[in-house]
Structures are given as C-alpha cells and as structure tokens.
Design a protein around this ligand. Structure first.
Ligand code: NAI
Ligand code: ENO
Length: 302
C-alpha cells in the first residue's frame, strides 16, 4: 500500500458492515466501491426503510439489510455510523451476532461515550477500535456522502487499553486507504480536543443564529438581507443535523461545558476591553485569531 491510498493486493476486509448510512457511512461505502482495497463486500443497515431504499437506488452497497443483527452476521469488520446516542441500543441488538474475531469500530464525534456504551456489551472475541474521522460537512443522509471526503483529513483512533495491536493496525490501514492521516490518543484527550475545535464552534453557531432570530422581525429581515458577512459562515455550520448534534452535546457534556466556561470568560474579557476602550487588548485578540488561521492554512487544514 502506498501512502497515496492506492489499492494493492487483497482487500483489507472480506465483509464490511456499516450500521447507519448517512454522510459518513455513505462516504465509506462510496470509497469502498471506488477503491478495491477496503472490502470485498459492503453490507449496509439503517433505521428507516426510506434510507435503505435510497441506498439501493444509489447502488453504493452490495447488500442492504433492514435488521442490524442480520447485517453483522459473518462480517469481519462492523462500523457504527449512526448518531452517537444510538450506539447503546445498536450494540445491544448486534452483540450476540458479531462473528468471532470481528473488528468493531465507529466514526462517532465523541469517544468517552462509545467506550461507556459499547465496551460492557463487547463479546470477548471481538476487537474494539473506536475511530473519529475529522472530516465532514453540514449535510446529512446517504445523498450527502462522497468518496473523497476523508482525503487529506485526520482520523483519530482511541483504542482502549489492551486493544489488540493487529486490529488497531488494520483500522489504521483502513483509514489510510480512505486517504486520511491517522493519529491515536486516549478517549478523554480526544473529547477535550474536539470540544474546543468542533463542538464549541457548533454551539456558538447555533446560539448566534438563535440570538439573531430572536431580534424583532424588522431587524431580522435586515440581518438576513445583509448576512454576506461573518454571520453567513456561522449559518453554514448551524444548518447541521439536529439528531447528530443533540447527541454530540449530550455525550460530551463535561468537556463541552468546561470549554464553554473558558470561552465565556474570554468573551467577557474582550467585551470588557471594548467597553473600556482597551485597544491593545483588542488588537492582541485579533492578531491571535489571524495567527491561528495562518497556521491552519500552512498545515493545509483550512
Ligand atoms: N457529519 C459530520 O460532519 C461528521 C459526523 N461524524 C459522526 O458520524 C456519525 C454519523 O454522522 P452522519 O453520517 O453525519 O449522520 P447522518 O445523519 O448523515 O446519518 C446517520 C445515519 O444513521 C441512521 N440512524 C439514526 N439512528 C439510527 C439507529 N438508531 N440505528 C441505525 N441507524 C440509525 C440514520 O437513518 C442515518 O442513515 C455520528 O456519530 C457523528 O457524530 C463524524 C465526523 C464528521
Ligand atoms: O462541517 C464542518 O465544519 C464540521 O465541523 C464537520 C465535522 C462535524 C463533526 C465532526 O465530528 C467532525 C467534523
């Protein structure tokens, strides 16, 4: 396998099962279709018949199966791709049917919660390797996915202590073949990092849109009319999926609240500088923002 993610030799998995087939699941299914190195057969299951029908129309899976317990049968890799709040119930349903030696992974945005919800139900002969692709968009559902979504983006693995090294390496290779750079860390560190880089920005975006919406009708009209400014960038992430983000907030509660408290303190400090005309303080904050943006561009993550 080359670093470019080009396929070579046999696929990593014989039978890959994706549970939940929205933006992320369907991007993985499309990647597997286009890239022979991921899986020989892709099995998909999801909650609604409408989603399954759409997956059949799109032709992005080899097998479409309504019952998750049936879908996981004989799979050597199962990836949970539903909102994180669905993991516990999904796990209860599939645990007795997972094949011995199977690798179980996920793509959830919160990692402490997946350890909490999955590990107690894990059969002894199943290898659990959680993962989080740091790639996405504000769109959801099976039509939203695309095969190149993960290219050039990080994927964070959070293998629990004692995880089987061969299983971890296989999941690492899976994401490399999706085009990602793979890093590992513990779940608690992951949850703190994503609380500041992903979850808090979404919380702020939802809030600022709500605040604008609360304004008197006349002002709101002007807000929408002249939104081609900073506000517009917030509206993109504020248009993200309701179920997914409700579950993220509820399943990364402690880290998110800690970052929100720090942010609120810092926002108040900047507000105070505005009130008291402290130009140096204000300039310093703006310069720090510009510096962070420059370093993201240099790392090609902007
Ligand atoms: N949207 C994004 O940008 C990113 C999302 N993630 C994570 O990936 C996971 C999936 O997110 P998306 O693909 O964006 O969501 P999505 O809303 O596009 O798709 C979720 C899919 O799961 C299905 N589903 C919902 N509840 C279910 C249940 N109880 N059982 C089985 N299927 C169920 C839905 O019908 C849908 O097909 C989430 O855990 C999210 O935190 C990770 C990285 C980026
Ligand atoms: O679209 C955006 O700006 C995102 O932030 C996408 C995203 C959403 C959730 C994740 O866990 C990772 C990436």
């Amino acid at each position: 396998m080359s670093d470019s993610g080009e396929p070579s030799g046999a696929p990593l998995f014989e039978r890959l099962c994706l549970l939940g087939i929205g933006l992320i699941g369907s991007s993985l299914a499309r990647r597997a279709r286009e890239h022979g190195g991921l899986a020989r057969t892709v099995v998909v299951s999801s909650r609604t018949e409408a989603t399954l029908a759409r997956v059949r129309e799109l032709g992005i899976a080899d097998v479409v199966e309504a019952d998750p317990a049936e879908a996981v049968r004989g799979a050597d890799c199962v990836i949970l791709c539903a909102p994180v709040g669905a993991n516990a119930a999904l796990m209860r349903r599939i645990a007795p049917h997972l094949a011995p030696g199977c690798i179980l992974s996920d793509v959830g945005s919160t990692k402490g919660s997946v350890l909490r919800d999955v590990q107690p139900l894990l059969p002894g002969d199943v290898h659990f390797v959680p993962a989080h692709p740091m790639a996405g968009t504000e769109f959801s559902g099976p039509d939203a996915g695309f095969a190149t979504l993960f290219e050039g983006r990080y994927c964070i693995l959070t293998p629990p202590p004692g995880a089987d090294p061969a299983a971890v390496e296989k999941v690492r290779e899976f994401w490399r073949r999706c085009g990602s750079m793979v890093e590992s860390m513990d779940a608690a560190t992951h949850d703190k990092v994503v609380a500041i880089v992903s979850h808090l920005p979404h919380l702020i975006a939802f809030t600022i849109c709500g605040t604008a919406d609360d304004l008197a009708a006349e002002t709101r009209e002007a807000v929408l009319k002249f939104a081609a400014s900073g506000f517009r960038d917030f509206t993109r992430i504020a248009s993200s999926d309701v179920d997914m983000w409700r579950d993220v907030f509820l399943n990364n509660r402690e880290a998110l609240l800690e970052m929100l408290a720090r942010f609120s303190e810092d926002a108040h400090a900047l507000g105070r500088a505005v009130r008291w005309g402290q130009a140096d303080f204000i300039e310093d904050r703006i310069r720090r923002g510009r510096k962070i943006r420059r370093s993201l561009i240099e790392r090609r993550q902007a």
